[in-house]
Ligand binder design. Structure first.
Ligand SMILES: C[S@@+](CC[C@H](N)C(=O)[O-])C[C@H]1O[C@@H](n2cnc3c(N)ncnc32)[C@H](O)[C@@H]1O
Length: 216
């Protein structure tokens, strides 16, 4: 991995609600399926994914903290199947997916790995996978697309399951081991600290089944 040139002081958390700009996706010149990673940090997981898939997939990485974003941008500048964006990924995701689909790309996986937990009730609306985003994703994703959510925060995991059940559009599959055996930086750190990791994958339910449920 490249030597990281980071400024000495980096804010621990950035309030996504204070970010207003949206990013527009720079489209790929192929129809390969897309992998997205929200909060790529210093790109450890991103690089491992890229090593695994090579040119078979296109990648879109998001990082809200500017110094990390700049670093990622440099790290992947020579990869024409990678795009890196700053700001709050939640603001741009929907329109990006719409544009990517118009371009003929399907969404394979969206990774939400170890998102900031925002523990205080008054900060819940800052959580990445919130009611609004879940609803937006339910409207634009295909049945094959998968959202992967991983965290060491039991409370966040439970709250998120509650949210998904309320939304009713996704089926939840919990799983034990990292997908493709690829770990994230945070995951390695938390496992070393002795923490348990909670993982789930979400896929859209069959539309007919949803209708039947509403009917009952
Ligand atoms: C706890 S770290 C996890 C890093 C990495 N995913 C991992 O598992 O090693 C959370 C990361 O998400 C970034 N982040 C938080 N909210 C974000 C948002 N709304 N959009 C994009 N990145 C975000 C943070 O800056 C941080 O780098």
């Amino acid at each position: 991995m490249n030597e990281l040139k980071l400024p000495k002081r980096i804010r621990n958390h950035v309030n996504p609600l204070a970010i207003y700009h949206k990013n527009k996706i720079e489209l790929f010149n192929n129809k390969n399926s897309i992998i997205m990673d929200i909060g790529s940090y210093r790109g450890e997981f991103a690089q491992r994914m890229l090593e695994y898939y090579g040119k078979e997939r296109n990648f879109v990485f998001f990082e809200i903290r500017k110094p990390f974003y700049k670093y990622l941008n440099e790290l992947f500048e020579k990869n024409d199947n990678v795009r890196v964006y700053d700001g709050d990924a939640g603001k741009s995701l929907k329109d990006m997916i719409v544009d990517l689909k118009k371009n003929g790309n399907t969404i394979d996986k969206i990774f939400i790995n170890f998102p900031d937990p925002w523990f205080k009730k008054k900060h819940f609306k800052r959580r990445f996978l919130n009611e609004r985003l879940l609803e937006e994703l339910s409207e634009i994703l295909d049945k094959k697309s998968e959202i992967i959510f991983q965290t060491d925060q039991k409370v966040l995991f439970k709250d998120t399951i509650k949210l998904i059940k309320q939304n009713k559009k996704f089926k939840i599959k919990k799983f034990k081991n990292p997908i493709l055996r690829i770990q994230t930086y945070w995951e390695e750190l938390k496992i070393k600290e002795g923490n348990k990791i909670y993982r789930m994958s979400l896929k859209l339910k069959d539309k007919k089944k949803i209708l039947l449920k509403f009917w009952k």
